[in-house]
Design a protein around this ligand. Structure first.
Ligand SMILES: Cc1cc2nc3c(=O)[nH]c(=O)nc-3n(C[C@H](O)[C@H](O)[C@H](O)COP(=O)(O)O)c2cc1C
Length: 351
């Protein structure tokens, strides 16, 4: 059988005019295109995704759950026609091209060794969502490629794929993120692109930031000071408290974000000496333009001081009000239904 040939593509997935064989692309990490199709359905208030269990004889990720259907785009083919073909070949679904909704692209890059040879993947994946009715029992599955298919709750898969990833799944996180955003937008939710910027010393703020991000599909940026604050005992409170009271601006580990692409910023911090944590001050100083955005904030504390700290936050940004606020008492260490409800309400306010 003649070897498959792919179009070489640029970082946006546009063909450069050159082609490459499958083996050369994977030996040298030459960028090419793939089509990823996500079969989804509504089940009550949840969205479910159909995942394929990869055949045990596959070189990569045997026996693990992957995107509903995916395959390489052959040279000269369009992503949509490849998506239609893959669905038909792998799952026996004869889709009308109009029913495959383009949801976005994302890059996949990794290096592995298969059978003693280096394997360098460098793909731009074109993601399509298919939400027509699908009955598992009526599918004709390509047994060489996959073992079976199964419906999963999209949010549970998304959680399971966060580090440390549950080995049961090998779905690419980039694809999951695109599908989640597509589903939210399709539900008609008003979607305000949000970035959660936070510092967390002992994990409580981190715990809340991730919960909010998952609920509303926001991105996160965790601020990390170059010089770490002490972790224990008197030194922790003394040096942390002093730094907060003195309104220090410690150097941060490098971060990279495109602030222009966000309409809303949510700041999260632990209350320190009734103040905001110093890493936030550094960020605000380095990015004065954020005052033009819609700004909300949440604070974690063990007793009191959050209201005062919100005042300090407004002062350091140079704004009069916050769009929404949330105060929680050590939420990771003391989880409760009340905390969950407060987080839920806050998400409604900022979404
Ligand atoms: C230096 C320091 C100062 C603190 N000051 C306060 C305070 O003024 N009021 C309060 O209620 N909690 C205070 N705390 C407790 C933290 O705000 C609280 O435990 C928070 O949930 C920790 O969040 P994190 O796990 O994200 O770091 C302080 C903690 C530290 C380390």
């Amino acid at each position: 059988m003649a070897e498959e040939i792919f179009d070489v593509v640029d970082e946006n997935g546009q063909p450069t005019g050159e082609t490459v064989t499958r083996s050369q692309a994977h030996a040298e990490g030459i960028r090419h295109r793939t089509a990823h199709i996500w079969v989804v359905r509504e089940n009550g208030d949840k969205t479910e995704v159909l995942l394929q269990k990869r055949a045990m004889n596959k070189d990569s990720f045997p026996g693990r759950y992957d995107t509903s259907s995916a395959g390489h785009i052959q040279a000269g083919d369009e992503p949509l026609e490849s998506a239609v073909r893959e669905l038909s070949e792998e799952l026996g679904i004869q889709a009308d091209p109009d029913d495959l909704k383009f949801a976005g692209t994302f890059p996949i890059q990794y290096e592995k060794e298969f059978h003693g040879k280096p394997f360098k993947d460098n793909e731009i994946a074109f993601v399509y969502v298919y939400d027509e009715e699908v009955e598992i029992d009526n599918l004709t599955i390509q047994k060489e490629e996959l073992d079976s298919v199964e419906w999963f709750d999209l949010e549970e898969v998304y959680q399971a794929c966060q580090p440390p990833r549950d080995e049961k799944f090998c779905v690419p996180i980039g694809g999951l993120e695109i599908v989640r955003k597509y589903v939210k937008a399709d539900e008609g939710d008003f979607f305000m692109k949000t970035l959660i910027i936070y510092y967390s010393h002992e994990g409580n703020t981190d715990f809340v930031a991730k919960k909010i991000a998952d609920k509303i599909g926001a991105d996160t940026l965790r601020l990390v000071p170059v010089k770490k604050y002490p972790e224990k005992g008197f030194a922790k409170f003394f040096w942390g408290g002093k730094s907060a009271v003195m309104a220090e601006t410690p150097d941060l580990e490098p971060y990279s974000i495109d602030l222009a692409s966000y309409e809303q910023i949510v700041f999260g911090f632990p209350v320190w000496a009734s103040n905001i944590t110093p890493p936030l001050r550094t960020f605000i100083k380095e990015n004065p333009g954020i005052k033009e955005k819609r700004i909300a904030a949440f604070a974690c504390q063990s007793g009191a001081g959050a209201e005062k700290a919100f005042g300090k936050l407004k002062e350091s940004i140079g704004i009069d009000s916050l769009a929404a606020t949330l105060i929680l008492i050590d939420p990771k260490d003391k989880p409760s239904d009340d905390n969950d409800k407060k987080i839920e309400d806050f998400c409604k306010e900022i979404f």
